[in-house]
Design a protein around this ligand. Structure first.
Ligand code: KG4
Ligand code: ZN
Length: 328
């Protein structure tokens, strides 16, 4: 079995997954301490990972009814993400692997979001187009095999999740804003406000910065009371603009690449209206369970199934990295 650890942002995650891609456990401990700051504070995240990681690993093993004797590969997210946060996971994974003489697989977080689609019970096989939209990244990828992907387009400014979190904050919602915005939007009219659709951004790239500014201006025009009275309509229209931009790029990418199958990943892929909008776009659409879209360690184990493991002691010098070298 594979024991995987993911600590790239503010969720402390560990999972036990079989070589065949069956999830035996998938534990996520959300820190919930960043809300008062309106975003993730890197130093606070690292300290909490330090307190939580061993407990979360123990919990993942217990829930899988396994011990370290059952583990033959340790996997860990090496980047991209907050380096201080990643280092806690990397150090923990090295420690566990080294103490047992086990091999270690260093996994790319973005490959993890793609690889969530390879997990049982309904593994989705390449080739397919994959939309990954999270708090830190938003890109479209051509996935030809289990090992990697080619970026076809990515955001020129904010990630979709970042735009959603900033918009949610403008509407007075807690962090992270995605689920709260979705809830508020459910009672509003998506056509109430016309937010910009980044039509000027060509190709398969995305842009969300103008959207956020448009929401800011709309709330200024409405004033405090007006904004409060129209909160649901603002949320619905804003969410609609994000979903439509993502969906239109997906449509364009499917047409341009000739790919007929679509998969999604990243925290924003947990959004109900987006899942619904995308599910009709291709001949076959894989919409993973929400818990596999937001950050988790099962997706890291899934990617590790196809990664090149490093034998002890080769991984002792393994380092974390902040940014992606893939152009995503
Ligand atoms: O993939 P993820 O868990 O972490 C990163 O790698 O960034 O994505 C987190 C992002 C946040 O911006 C969060 O607000 C957004 O995913 N998100 C959602 C929903 N659930 C999480 N956005 C829209 N609707 C949701 N239901
Ligand atoms: Zn992520």
């Amino acid at each position: 079995m594979i024991l995987a650890i993911e600590t790239s942002c503010d969720d402390t995650c560990a999972a036990v997954v079989t070589r065949g891609g069956h999830i035996r456990s998938n534990v996520i401990s959300s820190q919930g301490v960043h809300d008062r700051y309106g975003g993730v504070v890197p130093e606070v995240a690292s300290r909490h990972h330090l307190e939580l990681t061993t407990r979360v690993v123990d919990d993942a093993l217990a829930r899988a009814e396994a011990t370290l004797d059952d583990v033959d590969l340790v996997a860990v997210t090496a980047g991209p993400g907050l380096v201080g946060a990643l280092l806690v996971g990397v150090a923990t994974a090295k420690g566990i692997a080294a103490s047992r003489g086990l091999p270690l697989a260093a996994v790319d977080h973005l490959q993890g979001h793609v690889a969530a689609n390879f997990l049982e019970p309904e593994p989705f096989e390449p080739p397919f187009l994959c939309l990954v939209a999270s708090g830190g990244h938003t890109f479209l990828a051509r996935v030809e095999d289990h090992e990697g992907f080619t970026v076809l387009g990515s955001t020129l400014d904010d990630a979709a999740g970042e735009a959603i979190d900033k918009g949610a904050r403008l509407l007075g919602l807690p962090f992270p804003g995605g689920p709260h915005l979705e809830k508020l939007a459910a009672g509003g009219d998506p056509a109430a406000f016309a937010f910009p659709d980044a039509r000027r951004v060509g190709g398969l790239d995305f842009s969300f910065a103008g959207l956020k500014t448009a929401l800011l201006y709309a709330t200024r025009d409405l004033g405090e009371h007006g904004t409060h009275a129209r909160r649901a309509d603002l949320a619905a229209s804003y969410q609609h603009a994000v979903v439509e931009q993502l969906a239109r790029r997906v449509e364009r990418a499917l047409a341009e690449t000739g790919l007929e199958r679509l998969a999604i990943g990243g925290g924003v892929a947990a959004n109900g209206p987006l899942r619904e909008r995308l599910s009709g776009l291709a001949r076959e659409v894989k919409v993973p369970p929400r818990a596999l879209c937001t950050d988790n360690a099962a997706m890291i184990a899934s990617a590790a199934r196809y990664a090149e493991p490093v034998a002890f002691p080769g991984y002792l010098g393994l380092d974390a990295y902040a940014t992606s070298a893939r152009g995503a």
